[in-house]
Design a protein. Structure first.
Length: 226
């Protein structure tokens, strides 16, 4: 389970950083001009982190662990989180593409599936013969390039909020992941309702303190005397 959580932690950390800037690092990289190498690498890094997380999930399926998750209380919760993340109103791409992107970053090492390094992924994605590779990433790339628009941005933010709750639930002491604040202040009322009623009300009712992922913290008022 730890590799899955570590990959989810890296992905959520990146999404939180992007959320703080309203995803400007992504939507400012327009198709109508040639992005700089630095801009391209930053964009490809986000694609890689999504694919890395999905690859770790795919490894669970390949090694036969996925079907046995429900035998353990913590494993059952992970299974419920993954089911939620793949649900129609939470996922960021269709499950077929999610699985394909996960498979793309897998390599065989001594008969065991492992994830390719980022530099190998970046070279494959940005190389001269990348068309076959890149077409599978089109749905995710298209979504990320449209995060200037509220609807698309909120879709990514909702996915990240579920990741955040998964990390805090399955690694409450943060032994293998980092303790990170959320970004509830970046969510619209519609996204908050979806998290509250559909995600935590139906899929993940066991998540403790679910309100922290939904409602922004209120600032304490400072009295005149203070």
């Amino acid at each position: 389970m730890d590799p899955v959580l570590k990959a989810a932690d890296e992905l959520f950390g990146k999404l939180r950083s992007l959320a703080n800037r309203d995803f400007a690092d992504l939507w400012r990289v327009k198709r109508d001009r040639s992005p700089t190498f630095r801009e391209s690498i930053k964009f490809v890094n986000v694609l890689y982190l999504f694919a890395l997380f999905w690859a770790r999930v795919e490894i669970l399926r390949r090694v036969g662990v996925y079907v046995n998750l429900s035998k353990d209380a913590r494993g059952k919760q992970l299974s419920q989180f993954l089911h939620c993340l793949e649900s129609t109103r939470v996922r960021v791409v269709e499950r077929a593409f999610q699985r394909a992107l996960g498979e793309f970053v897998l390599v065989d090492k001594g008969g065991r599936p492992e994830c390719m390094p980022f530099i190998e992924f970046a070279e494959a994605y940005l190389g001269d013969e990348a068309s076959r590779f890149r077409k599978w990433f089109t749905p995710l790339e298209s979504l990320l390039r449209q995060t200037l628009h509220t609807r698309h941005r909120q879709r990514v933010l909702l996915y990240g909020a579920v990741l955040h709750s998964m990390l805090n639930t399955l690694d409450p002491g943060h032994a293998t992941t980092k303790r990170r604040p959320g970004y509830a202040n970046k969510l619209t009322n519609k996204t908050r309702r979806q998290l509250k009623h559909r995600v935590f009300g139906c899929y993940l009712p066991f998540v403790a303190n679910a309100d922290q992922y939904v409602s922004p913290r209120r600032r304490k008022r400072v009295s005149a005397q203070e």
